[in-house]
Design a protein around this ligand. Sequence first.
Ligand code: PBG
Length: 352
Amino acid sequence: MEQVFHRFAGGVGRAKPCRDMSAASYPALRLRRTRAAAWSRALVAETVLTPADLIWPLFVTEGKGVEEPIATLPGVSRWSVDRLAERAREARDLGIPCLALFPNTPPALRTDDAREALNPDNLICRAVRALKQAAPELGVLTDVALDPYTAHGHDGIVDTSGYVLNDVTSAILADQALVQAEAGADIIAPSDMMDGRVGAIRSALEQAGHVNVQIMAYAAKYASAFYGPFRDAVGSRGLLKGDKKSYQMDPANGEEALREVALDLAEGADTVMVKPGLPYLDIIRRVKERFEVPVFAYQVSGEYAMIEAAAAAGAGDRDALVLETLMAFKRAGCAGVLSYHAAYAARLLARR
Ligand code: PBG
């Protein structure tokens, strides 16, 4: 009974642990009985992982017919807009419901004021329109933050001392979100960690009539060492001066993550994200138990790179590592996971 309850509650909820175990003890109770055969393990599995749990992040670059491999993310490439359409059809055929897009803005278009972020014809907007044409049934998530557009690689506007200004940035982010929504983005995902930006974006969307555009807040995003390969992919690593600790969260903090989530939900976020993924499973679980809203995890670039490095070194089996880590997010309480292994994992799942 307990198992069934867990299953329908998505692995998280108010099940009272041990309720039906109190009577028996060894040898009447042998927990290995239900583990002995594959059919039985399948029956008692508390958590399921399907391609519908996955969001596939993709990097976009200028040009035609382009695929640019990313050295620090082996197996991941930047795609030109035309090639992106192929990835969209691939995702659709694999049962992946949503794509996330990140641009590698040409260096000449990166400025201190990040004005390219507001260009309705920028790389990301063209990519969104192309995806909506190629596979209209797929959801498209766009990242709201200024780091792919600034000359200094920070997520916002900096003052003369290098401090990232909150309110000035937040106003630009609201405009950036509008530009992306106009292009057809279904989910706006602010990843910048400015205070108040979810509220600013929500009211901008409402005023413009985009009442069904979702906001997936990067609510608890940590100042992490796991973002390196991503910064290579979007071309901001070499530009970045200093670190992002004055806006992204301190890995030491958990309570603060709950405050961030509460704030973003109050401001109008539909769903929330915790990032990075595996090192923060405790945060995912706490958020899920406290708020009972859809929680997503971003298994970030450094996590992907670690799995690939382990597999390449013969230290672990890639397929097993990929599926185990993704399942861990589901068990922790996630509704879904952003992962660079999304298509790879979906193919594995289709084979089982
Ligand atoms: C930028 C952004 C980052 C990631 C997603 N959006 C990097 C950063 O904050 O420096 C990281 C994703 C990854 O590492 O895969 N706002």
